[in-house]
Design a protein around this ligand. Structure first.
Ligand code: AMP
Length: 299
């Protein structure tokens, strides 16, 4: 199997009750690929400016992330700034400087065209068609979205729900997109738009997986100190899709395990600023936490 992630590779400026970091490496494609790298060799399609540090590229490569689809363009790298309140679910976007990401028309390397799993992370829904034409026939097409696209391109997003297999959304996005306040009703309504699976991420409360005829819940790892929540959703998607890519089949047992691995990788991402936790995280720690989840969730 093979997994292609189309997403942002970015500089982030982040303020949380634990401190502030300026222009550290982030982006949905970065978090997602790092999380997936514990299971597979993820391929990234994205763009950075000439100011993006070589050391970050070298780090991603050292984690077996395939960067043939990452273009370096003249100009500045995408820069996002966010601030979190004491409640880590409350986030304010202070600024978004698209820079080279603005006119990003992702070119998919020919070697990626046969991908089994394609993940579109926070991409403008009107750009999906251009990207998807470059793939042959992925077995699993997954996407995530953000409030910005729901508010500005709701109809395009709903149309895209008709062609994807899997949607990741947080609770706020699910409510906005479906128009349902109750999360179960929201999950069911979103499945009704087309995707075979809808994963509702509920931050510190874990996630719910909705299929046409089943629902599965996974807890979040009990974490007393959320240092920096940035990237938790992307790390969840990376753990989930990376595991599925390795497992090779989309049977329900694998989907359940994928959801637990998603929660495991998200739980590590928030333990330090930016991608710092991934610098020291090894596969043994990932497996150790997976076993902890098994104890936590069994009765
Ligand atoms: P998450 O915390 O999982 O929602 O993802 C946070 C990451 O998304 C940050 O590292 C940002 O660089 C990136 N991000 C924020 N806004 C956008 C956007 N409009 N398009 C693409 N990526 C973004």
């Amino acid at each position: 199997m093979s997994l292609v992630i189309v997403g942002s590779v970015a500089f982030d400026t982040i303020e949380t009750p634990f401190g502030r970091r300026e222009r550290i490496v982030g982006g949905s494609g970065t978090y997602c690929s790092l999380a997936a790298s514990y299971f597979t060799r993820p391929r990234v399609v994205g763009v950075v400016g000439r100011d993006f540090p070589r050391s970050a590229i070298a780090f991603l490569k050292s984690r077996h992330v395939d960067l043939h689809g990452l273009k370096v363009r003249p100009g500045k790298t995408f820069h996002w700034e966010g601030r979190y309140e004491k409640d880590p679910n409350l986030r304010t976007t202070v600024r978004t400087e698209l820079n080279v990401f603005k006119d990003f028309r992702p070119e998919v390397p020919a070697a990626y065209a046969g991908a089994d799993i394609v993940y579109l992370a926070n991409i403008d829904p009107d750009g999906h068609e251009f990207i998807l034409r470059q793939f042959r026939k992925p077995r699993l097409l997954a996407m995530d979205t953000i409030r910005f696209w729901i508010e500005t391109k709701r109809e395009a997003l709903r149309r895209e729900l008709g062609r994807i297999d899997l949607l990741f959304a947080n609770d706020e996005e699910a409510r906005l997109l479906s128009g349902e306040q109750n999360l179960i009703a929201a999950g069911q309504a979103l499945v009704g738009y087309g995707p075979r699976l809808v994963i509702l991420k509920k931050g510190e409360h874990g996630a719910l997986v909705f299929g046409r005829s089943f629902v599965f819940g996974v807890l979040a790892h009990p974490c007393p100190h959320v240092i920096d929540p940035t990237g938790a959703g992307d790390a969840f998607a990376g753990g989930f899709l990376g595991y599925l890519d390795r497992a090779g089949s989309l049977v329900r047992r694998n989907i359940r395990r994928a959801a637990v691995y998603g929660s495991v990788l998200a739980s590590f991402a928030i333990e330090d600023f930016g991608i710092d936790r991934f610098c020291t995280l090894d596969a043994a720690a990932v497996e150790g936490r997976f076993r902890e989840f098994r104890r936590l969730m069994s009765f």
